[in-house]
Design a protein around this ligand. Structure first.
Ligand SMILES: *Cc1c(COP(=O)(O)O)cnc(C)c1O
Length: 234
């Protein structure tokens, strides 16, 4: 059931506390880890809750769902696309999102750059990398990341903030945890390597969800994307 604001507040406080504990273990400053409220499938009020709590942004999976909710959301908040983006929606997505995290092909980069130019804006993006080599997941192959970044950095209307990944599921909880840790370490290594080679800061590492937040923070996550733990099951 969709929670009351008071219930949401308790859950968000709990997530913030988990972030603080994980940061202490990682010897990191909790201010370096943002909480993205994933509002997909939930009513527009979910975004209002996030804004009222003071969160800077919400994440949505589908372009049309976000467009439907945005006029109903009274509070000011940033909208980020975290789900797969089809080429034919690139222009619409550029107009309606503050950042797109799911950019995984040169073709998409070209379309987004052109759309941003047409709209007279600079679009912030993350490159989604399939750092866990999961055949069921979108995201560019890690081997293609250097070329994808090169293309991205040559797009004058895009600002490349960093990378995003989703960890694969294992057959058991222990296997899932091990895969998550490996996936996040891998993305961190890819980022460190490409930032050193390109000279671009690529600061953002969007990784970690309700079930694997701590492993993500230990590996260097700067943004965890949390849905279920804030709003309940979908
Ligand atoms: C749905 C979703 C999330 C949130 O997952 P929860 O397990 O509900 O916290 C995070 N990232 C992406 C890309 C998602 O699609």
């Amino acid at each position: 059931m969709f929670p009351s604001y008071e219930e949401f507040q308790i859950r968000a406080d709990d997530i913030r506390a988990q972030i603080v504990v994980a940061c202490a273990r990682a010897r990191r400053d909790p201010a370096e880890v943002a909480l993205l409220a994933v509002t997909k499938t939930h009513p527009a009020a979910a975004a209002d809750y996030a804004a009222r709590y003071g969160l800077p942004a919400v994440g949505e999976n589908r372009v049309q769902e976000a467009i439907d909710k945005q006029p109903l959301c009274t509070a000011k908040i940033q909208w980020e696309l975290i789900g797969h983006l089809q080429s034919n929606k690139a222009k619409l997505a550029t107009a309606h999102f503050d950042r797109i995290q799911s950019v995984d092909s040169a073709k998409l980069l070209t379309l987004l750059d052109r759309a941003a130019a047409d709209l007279g804006k600079t679009l912030r993006v993350l490159l989604q990398i399939n750092a866990g080599h999961d055949p069921a997941k979108f995201g560019a192959d890690p081997a293609d990341a250097p070329r994808l970044l090169e293309t991205a950095l040559a797009c004058p209307h895009l600002r490349i903030d960093g990378f995003m990944t989703i960890a694969p599921l294992g057959a058991t909880p222990a296997e899932t945890a091990a895969l998550a840790a490996r996936t996040f370490e891998n993305l961190r290594a890819i980022r460190d390597d490409l930032a050193a080679k390109s000279g671009a800061p690529l600061r953002e590492l969007s990784m970690g969800m309700s079930g694997d937040l701590e492993a993500a923070i230990l590996a260097g996550s700067t943004q965890v994307r949390i849905g279920t733990a804030l709003y309940g099951a979908r």
